[in-house]
Ligand binder design. Sequence first.
Ligand code: IPD
Ligand code: CA
Ligand code: CA
Length: 266
Amino acid sequence: MPRSALLNVMVQAATKVGRSLARDFGEVENLQVSVKGPGDFVSSADHRADEIAIEALKRARPGYGFLTEESGELPGSDKTHRWIIDPLDGTTNFLHGVPLFAVSIALERDGELVAGVVYNPVLDELYTAERGTGAFLNGRRLRVSARRDPVAMMLSTGSPTRQDGAIRRFADEATGIAETSASLRVTGSAALDLAWVAAGRLDGYWQYGLSPWDVAAGMVLVGEAGGIVTDAVGRKDIVRRGDIAAGSTAAHRQILTTLKAADALA
Ligand code: IPD
Ligand code: CA
Ligand code: CA
């Protein structure tokens, strides 16, 4: 299916950012062995990626506003449209030379998410979705997984940090999920987790404490691939709350039930 003009704009921006990230990732691999490590370099790679995304999207749609992880809120003259961008999702992976990271770009219109693009330049995997027209990986149509049996499911989550104070809950919930499913993953990139749910690779995903730029594009992908996205107890208002549970209908149900049972035991 030919892409809309809007998706073309988003894809061009994402691939431009992706080229910059891929170049910098090559450098990170060299810096791994230096005493200082790649920390400062990665934070400048992040900012470079942010600038590239903003410049490309501004040129194509001059009035639209922005919410990006690195630049915050940048209001535009057009109050109905806003780009929501994470220029580099999976920073810790990137820093450690693990090739699981992505640029994530979503468009919000009148407060509703209408399109999302997630691009992993190392795997050259481009995930695109526009509301009402389906989700695609490198042009191939995506559907969430059809597995119904929880014990066959592979589910994913994100680990809390030391500062979150949520390690106990993480451990309880991860135990509950591991006991009832085939396998649990922690990929380190929320945007890729959601893209992989859309692709049916992961049956489902949940995490707490996320920001809009982590999930906006991925939410469109999952919705357009026939999946369900809510917060961790089934409510709709995810972007504001920052908690997410996503998956096929069966996996989503399984996640909510298991989290509830694990939290009740805590
Ligand atoms: C992080 C990743 C990670 C998730 C963290 C996010 P960043 O984003 O999405 O998977 O567990 O909560 O902050 O910092 O790599 O852009
Ligand atoms: Ca992120
Ligand atoms: Ca980021």
